[in-house]
Design a protein around this ligand. Structure first.
Ligand SMILES: CCCCCCCCCCCCC/C=C/[C@@H](O)[C@H](CO)NC(=O)CCCCCCCCCCCCCCC
Ligand SMILES: Nc1ncnc2c1ncn2[C@@H]1O[C@H](COP(=O)(O)OP(=O)(O)OP(=O)(O)O)[C@@H](O)[C@H]1O
Ligand SMILES: [Ca+2]
Length: 541
């Protein structure tokens, strides 16, 4: 892609500017959008910052210490400017760092600030106005403090104006998104966990469909893409969506991705029951183990994030399995497979390829629904867990995720079936979700990449349509004939991105890249500080 440079400006600005008490050669390559300098101290460390990662530029005044220790105090008053930029550290963490350059020539100083500001103006993908929802009760109840202390100062530094809503009840953000004048904003930010993100996503996708006259209850309706990006400031208990799309759960890192206007498309699954829309899902749709954990943990919200460990331990000991039938359509359009060694990373070619494939398929088929004619696979069995993940579901508890090779935007989900097995074997599988070993390498675990699936429990098959009531009444009763066998005559519950669904019989369809986040996916071998310090400016420019 050819970069534009401000009209009438030279392609490169090179000056010897003051940095601390010494001089540094500073280069701004306006064509390639690179700012580079060599630190006169720190062993001549080289700095190299793409202008797309500059947060702000301000005319500044040297502080007292800088003024008194510098040689220039005998000279005329120095002029200075400060550049705030993204510093990439280990483990995908980003910091906001600043550097102040000075010179005695006021014109030169102005030329530099002007040139940098003009380059920032040209970053059209950056948001100027954001709508922010804060859940004050998510996670450890730190959402408001995190936003005020860590995020708001960065937004104001980047001249982003915000309208902030502190939610007063569940669904406040979702309902509000159906009413606000959404065109006023360049994005919506949610401060909270996966549940809060889910609310904002439902509000935005729902609003988009409503405005376009699409009936969400129709499971086959082609949904309209939502182009307003969502930013997630993690302040929840799991923060799986943030971790899986940024690589770390850190409010400052996420705020910086929002400021520089990153964009990451995301697949969204729609979940229906009997032609009734239930929910959308982006991370985990889990039946059995994760459904039971969620159901139990909801009663223990007061415990905060610890509730999941408590309920997880209890659910693990209960070792319930559930009988049912899963039917699915394999995702043939995508190049990847769930057993791939490579994971989805920034600029992922598999996601790009899938997007094109699906667009071509849609063009070819037009209104004809050829999807239904495609092959369906049917599997009946007894399952400890049925997990469908649209993304890896990496989170601090499981750093590589439930399906490490799942893609953020390939139009498919990974369906993981964990069949009835011993407690010991199930524990081995669970532990592999937390370490580097392959969690799918067991005879009782199967994984498929799918574009749609349906599930019906044995109970609903046996009892016809009034299953929900029967299931509810029977919940908690277990096989009387074999009290120790762990077979459960009741249904489990679906865990849909951390919320329970009312129906166990569901129909799920993946919508490729239905929405976008202020993120860029996980970066490959995130450069650490050493990578910058040993490269020379000459080489980089
Ligand atoms: C020996 C340790 C094995 C630990 C295995 C841990 C695997 C953890 C996998 C986490 C996957 C999270 C997927 C994301 C789901 C989100 O959309 C959703 C909303 O935030 N979060 C949850 O449902 C919250 C789900 C929280 C799940 C916590 C599971 C804790 C299990 C503890 C099992 C203990 C067994 C101990 C036996 C001695
Ligand atoms: N003011 C509020 N009072 C009560 N509930 C709220 C409020 N605002 C939002 N909620 C609801 O709280 C639920 C949980 O919030 P959130 O996701 O932020 O935290 P969490 O559950 O601790 O984290 P995670 O979802 O990552 O496990 C959301 O589903 C949201 O609908
Ligand atoms: Ca996907």
């Amino acid at each position: 892609m050819e970069r534009q440079r401000p009209a009438g400006r030279p392609p490169r600005l090179v000056s010897s500017l003051g940095l601390g008490q010494r001089c540094s050669e500073v280069t701004l390559d306006q064509e390639r959008g690179l700012l580079a300098w060599r630190h006169p101290r720190r062993g001549g460390e080289n700095y190299f910052v793409p202008t797309s990662e500059i947060i702000a530029v301000e005319e500044s005044e040297l502080n007292k210490k800088q003024r008194n220790t510098g040689k220039w105090h005998k000279l005329a008053k120095p002029h200075s400017f400060t550049v705030y930029y993204v510093k990439k550290a280990r483990n995908h963490r980003w910091w906001c760092r600043d550097v102040t350059f000075w010179c005695v020539d006021e014109n030169l100083c102005n030329q530099w600030t002007q040139a940098l500001k003009e380059l920032l103006e040209m970053q059209k993908c950056r948001p100027k106005r954001l709508l922010v929802y804060i859940n004050p009760y998510g996670g450890k109840r730190q959402g408001k403090r995190i936003y005020e202390q860590k995020v708001a100062p960065l937004f104001s530094l980047a001249s982003i104006s915000t309208d902030v809503v502190i939610t007063e009840h569940a669904n406040h953000a979702k309902d509000n998104l159906f009413e606000v004048n959404i065109n006023k904003y360049d994005g919506v930010v949610c401060v909270g966990g996966d549940g809060m993100f889910s609310e904002v996503m439902h509000g935005l996708i729902g609003r988009m469909q409503k405005d376009s006259g699409i009936d969400q209850n129709n499971p086959k309706a082609p949904l309209v893409q939502c182009n307003i990006r969502i930013g997630i400031i993690p302040a929840g208990s799991t923060d799986c969506v943030c971790y899986s799309t940024v690589g770390i759960s850190d409010p400052v890192t996420s705020a910086l991705h929002i400021i520089i206007g990153d964009s990451q498309p995301l697949d969204v699954s729609s979940v229906h029951h009997n032609n009734t829309f239930l929910k959308y899902s982006v991370s985990l749709l889990g039946y059995g183990f994760y459904g039971d954990i969620l159901k139990d943990s909801e009663k223990k919200r007061w415990m905060g994030p610890m509730r999941y460990d408590y309920s997880g331990f209890k659910t693990f000991l209960s070792h319930h399995y559930y009988e049912g039938t899963i039917s699915f359509q394999p995702a043939k359009h995508t190049l990847g497979s769930p057993r791939d060694k490579d994971s989805c990373r920034t600029g992922c070619y598999i996601c790009k390829e899938s997007e094109q494939q699906l667009a071509e398929q849609q063009k070819k088929c037009g209104l004809k629904n050829e999807e239904d004619e495609e092959e369906w696979k049917v599997i009946k069995g007894k399952f400890l867990a049925i997990n469908a993940v649209n993304m890896s579901c990496a989170c601090p508890r499981s750093p590589k995720g439930l399906s490490p090779a799942a893609h953020l935007a390939d139009g498919s989900a990974d369906l993981i079936l964990v069949r009835k097995c011993s407690r010991f074997d199930f524990l081995r599988h669970l532990v592999r979700n937390t370490n580097q070993d392959d969690q799918f390498d067991f005879s009782f675990v199967d994984v498929y990449r799918v574009k749609s699936f349906q599930f019906t429990s044995k109970l609903s098959e046996d009892n016809g349509s009034n299953v929900a009531d029967i299931g509810k009444k029977r919940f908690g009763q277990f096989c009387r004939d074999h009290p120790a066998c762990c077979c459960n005559i009741a249904d489990s519950t679906w865990n849909c991105d951390g919320e329970t669904l009312d129906s166990s019989a569901i129909e799920v369809r993946v919508h490729c890249q239905l929405m976008k986040l202020f993120a860029r996916g996980i970066e490959e071998n995130c450069k650490d500080e050493a990578a910058y310090s040993h490269s020379s400016i000459e080489h980089l420019l």
